[in-house]
Design a protein around this ligand. Sequence first.
Ligand SMILES: *Cc1c(COP(=O)(O)O)cnc(C)c1O
Length: 432
Amino acid sequence: MFVSDCISVNEKGHLTVGGCDTVEISKEFGTPAYVYDENEIRKNIREFRNSIDENYGGRGMVHYASKAFSCKEIYRICASEGIGVDVVSGGELYTALSVDFSAEKIAFHGNNKNYAELEYAVESNVGRIIVDNITELETLNAIAAKHGKTVGIMFRIKPGIDAHTHDFVKTGQIDSKFGFALETGEAMEAVKTALGMSNIKLCGLHCHIGSQIFDIDPFELAAKVMLELFADVKSQTGVELEELNLGGGFGIRYLESDNPKPFGAYMKTVSKTVHEYCEKLGLAVPFIHIEPGRSIVGAAGITLYTVGAVKEIPDIRTYVSIDGGMADNPRYALYKSDYQAVCANKANEERTEIVTIAGKCCESGDLIQENTKIQKVQPGDILAVLSTGAYNYSMASNYNRIPKPPVVMIKDGEARIVVRRETYEDVAVCDI
Ligand SMILES: *Cc1c(COP(=O)(O)O)cnc(C)c1O
């Protein structure tokens, strides 16, 4: 009935998350609010971590891709689970380091890291920098030399696989701003350049083929393409690279009709391909990194809103306005993303109405969902939007100077604030 395991309905007919009554949560913390089930996050982390143990004999590492949901508490949770994290900006790096996240377990991504960010990463002894282009490689080598350090890097490779949600193609020439192209020889050229640099240690190669992918085949194909490159590097340079990073992108359930494979199934199938291909190509199985983001936090989070005006436009549609919108969840405006919505205080009632959920921003495109089925609602009802744990809080803005909602974390039935609600003063704090 619900798209996420941590969601249920209690004896009052109220929606629960992590066993807590969402109507009570909305009373205690106000709306809008993001609410996460910490046990669900930890369960997902453990599923990936265990699959590295099972499929690679522990010779691998899970990095949570923290751009999906970045705040101090999530880095603390990852630290306590013993996994690494990916960061994509100085701001994410700062947040991770501010809670003493182990720098050696941080990988730094991005297609255009600036000088200050690269220097910050070098000074902080970040474990791996995923280098995107030659300009960055040269800058990084110079920064490392200036600091008298050798920096461990991986190259981001475009494996030429375009993985969409439901189908994928292997393209001859991939059009992407990220990484080095394979087919032009750019990737091999970069490998040779890096191997000749005094302050760079090339540890391995990285790819990330997309997001919200339901098929396993594109992941297998990416692994094959990458291992072929490992074999080419070995034959052309004599160097056998030690680490392969296969990225993230595992799909989750947003709608009841979505049918993602269990994370363990991806891991098992891809691992089989990796082992077979290494054998075939005469390579030792490299140390494997994976980078799940959405799949760790997405279905563990929901957003609670209060319903305001309900506008029935005869023969056109019914708009249900909520006290949030594109400022806290821009994904429908950006990609027409699907979500399941439920009236939290009427969760056991049948969903009989087809409505459009609109936000409060001065923008017609400020919608959370169009033509979605929910219970009959009236002003004052609590509306929950499910599976908003990834790329919602992290993509939130202050458009219309709307303060960002708080993040409430639930653990074993207890709710606590991990990011407090912004105030009007917060919104104006940088203004001179
Ligand atoms: C965004 C991103 C991820 C995580 O993707 P999900 O779809 O959230 O799993 C992993 N690696 C890189 C390099 C990314 O940019």
